[in-house]
Design a protein around this ligand. Structure first.
Ligand code: ZN
Length: 545
């Protein structure tokens, strides 16, 4: 069936396209305009509308044991329900899997990456991901605090074994890339270490955070995994931690690295309260290090819950829990901290955080490397994206928000002086084209022939929040799934992963390790192909080595 999307403003920055035109869809893919005079089977008149590729979110916590714990602790978190106009039976987990897929689709998102899959809990996470409708997914597997990796890095193991271990883990857990969280910090926390920076050593192992990060970068690069190491840096949320982020950019020594939720590292120590925006320094650092990409982790005022494998920092943050309840767990290499939090516009600290994220995005010289996220739900629920897009596109709206903020917060931030308003093309870069490219998902994030027919259509409005809250049409794999902002068909997508090759000797070594220290078979957490009882659930993304 040939579908014609006719006469909309097609915003496709991957092809430098921003003009009124047509898009053709056939068999789930974007195709070139037919030259044989064939007439479309269906035509959509898109005059006055904006046509973009489906949104791609590269950092959103939507599945896995940490998210489950957060749902248990905060069932009252503002529901994502009323999702897509489809009735969802009220339940304690209305921010659960089903609502997640529908709400993302409603906003025009079609691919979302869970950035913190614990390899030993991979089955649970992949089953939950498979329960999320409509969107395609992927997951980043966490290493860097686990005893096997640290044992290899102690000096006895060689780099090739670590590379095999990374490859085996990504293949076994069906992950799209590697996540490293406060490298060595969770292990150090077991020794009661409370601050852990780039050159601190993990007790017992004698390896620094820097060395862990570098070894993981080398392994991922040599394996040809398209997505660089996705790093959660040390010292999250600490005043003055812009120094840590900048030192980490240097430490990468030119190898690709992605720094997650950079807003939480954008803090200086200037001003009477010892906290200030360091966004200009961060933006300058990103501009100078072409091997560095970031996502923002924008904060928005309101109730949320923070979920993080950075147990050291979450333990520190537990006293700020609002409401007063929290949960921490500590396991093999992967602690979890769940701390409910309410960002308040009247709070000096929260106002600075809110400003820092926007500043970094608006000061970016290359938006292909400065990508959109709220680190859902850590900075804000993903349903707040349309408000953030509005703030990026409308300086008057920013001025209205700034008026609500404490004067002392405005004095240590730079937002009021920034006039830039992002264009549709720039929004498409940070919400689609950029993340797709960085993840190695070559057939999405753009509207060129051969791309998967994931397309979002928005009615152009001055009110960008209203515009991006509800897509007019969303096509997933060429099927219409959203119309007038409401979900019309509930489909199920695919899970993307890499499967880099490894020396098979690693399988026996890892099996012996788990058997000896955990009494567990590695097959108990390997992800089988038929896990979702749906054919073609998993799709491989090629490595480049
Ligand atoms: Zn995160």
């Amino acid at each position: 069936m040939l579908i014609l999307l006719q006469g909309g403003r097609v915003v496709d920055p991957a092809h430098d396209r921003d003009a009124i035109g047509d898009v053709f869809i056939e068999d789930g893919r974007i195709v070139a305009a037919p030259t044989d005079g064939r007439r479309p089977d269906a035509t959509y008149d898109l005059r006055g509308k904006i046509v973009m590729a489906g949104g791609v979110d590269l950092h959103s916590h939507i599945a896995g044991s940490n998210v489950t714990l957060a749902r248990e602790i905060m069932p009252e978190l503002p529901a994502l329900a009323a999702a897509g106009g489809v009735d969802i039976a009220p339940s304690p987990a209305t921010w659960g899997s089903y609502a997640t897929g529908l709400r993302y689709a409603q906003m025009g998102y079609t691919t979302v990456i869970e950035p913190a899959l614990i390899p030993t809990h991979a089955i649970e996470a992949q089953i939950e991901l498979a329960a999320i409708p409509i969107i395609d997914v992927g997951a980043l597997g966490i290493l860097g605090n686990d005893d096997y990796s640290l044992g290899l890095l102690r000096g006895t193991g060689d780099a090739s074994e670590l590379q095999d271990y990374v490859a085996w883990t990504l293949s076994h857990a069906k992950c799209l890339g590697l996540k490293v969280i406060n490298a060595g910090g969770a292990e150090a926390f077991k020794f009661n270490v409370r601050t852990f920076s780039l050159d601190d050593e993990v007790p017992d192992y004698g390896v620094t955070s820097r060395a862990i990060m570098r070894a993981m970068q080398k392994a991922v690069t040599d394996l040809g995994v398209p997505h660089p190491v996705h790093l959660h840096c040390n010292n999250l949320g600490v005043a003055g931690n812009a120094d840590t982020a900048l030192a980490t950019m240097e430490a990468a020594e030119g190898l690709p690295i992605h720094l997650a939720h950079i807003q939480f590292y954008g803090y200086g120590k200037e001003g009477p309260k010892g906290l200030s925006s360091a966004a200009p320094r961060i933006a300058e650092g990103i501009a100078r290090h072409k091997n560095v990409s970031v996502d923002i982790g924008q904060v928005m005022f309101g109730q949320t819950v923070t979920i993080s494998g950075d147990i050291l920092r979450q333990f520190d943050g537990r006293n700020a829990a609002n409401p007063k309840k929290w949960g921490l767990s500590q396991g093999e290499g992967n602690g979890t901290g769940v701390v409910p939090y309410k960002y308040r516009a009247k709070s000096f600290v929260n106002a600075v955080q809110w400003s820092v994220g926007l500043e970094i995005m608006l000061l970016a010289d290359d938006l292909w490397r400065v990508l959109f996220s709220t680190d859902h739900p850590n900075g804000a629920l993903f349903v707040r994206y349309p408000e953030i897009i509005q703030l990026l596109m409308d300086r008057n709206e920013r001025a209205r928000w700034l008026e609500r903020l404490p004067q002392d917060a405005r004095e240590v931030s730079n937002l009021a002086a920034i006039a830039r308003e992002l264009t549709y093309a720039e929004i498409a870069i940070i919400t689609r084209a950029g993340p797709a490219r960085l993840l190695g998902l070559q057939d999405r994030g753009h509207l060129g022939p051969g791309a998967v027919a994931d397309v979002a259509v928005y009615v152009e409005r001055d009110d960008k929040k209203a515009m991006f809250e509800k897509a007019d049409y969303v096509f997933k794999d060429g099927r219409l799934v959203v119309r007038d902002g409401a979900v019309t068909e509930v489909t199920f997508g695919r899970a993307y992963h890499v499967a880099p090759g490894f020396d098979s000797k690693i399988e026996r070594r890892v099996a012996d390790f788990y058997d000896r220290y955990y009494g567990a078979k590695v097959s108990t957490f390997g992800v089988p192909d038929d896990i979702a009882a749906r054919p073609h659930r998993f799709a491989k993304v090629p490595c480049q080595s």
